[in-house]
Ligand binder design. Structure first.
Ligand SMILES: [Zn+2]
Ligand SMILES: [Zn+2]
Length: 142
């Protein structure tokens, strides 16, 4: 895969991803609804060693995740765009698809935390859906 780039709305924070994503998930947890503005959160999992901030510095908001560990959510301190998450002890960085310059070639692979979804959240037909985190590796973010 060619290098992929992304950033926030105002351009203060930019990043690049130099390796293939490990997967694309659709998270319906309540924290993601806050971060997205209401909808589920579409994230692509970048291997940590393939993810690099190339401009600016995101602010990190930390809260307790479902696992009990601290989950960080990175956003632009200037324009507020949600950018990526920092799940505890994960080998990947979940990047919001909206933060990527181009996500048109990506396809969601599964739904997670569907037990927190309001009735009006749309589900992709035929995708596996998990009420909480999916079992087994890779450990999905929440
Ligand atoms: Zn910004
Ligand atoms: Zn979530």
């Amino acid at each position: 895969m060619a290098e992929r780039t992304g950033g926030c709305a105002c351009g203060a924070v930019r990043f690049k991803v130099t390796g293939p994503f490990m997967g694309v998930g659709v998270c319906h947890c309540t924290d993601c609804q806050k971060a997205s503005g209401g909808g589920p959160n579409y994230v692509a999992l970048a291997p940590n060693d393939a993810f690099e901030v190339t401009k600016g510095e995101a602010r990190i908001y930390r809260s307790k995740g479902d696992s009990g560990g601290d989950v960080g959510r990175a956003f632009c301190p200037n324009c507020g765009t949600p950018l990526w998450s920092l799940p505890p002890n994960a080998p990947f960085t979940p990047i919001k698809l909206g933060a990527l310059d181009d996500s048109s070639d990506l396809t969601p692979m599964l739904h997670l935390y569907t037990s927190s979804a309001p009735p009006w959240h749309l589900m992709h037909e035929g995708l596996p859906a998990f009420p909480k985190a999916p079992p087994g590796p890779p450990p999905m973010p929440n």
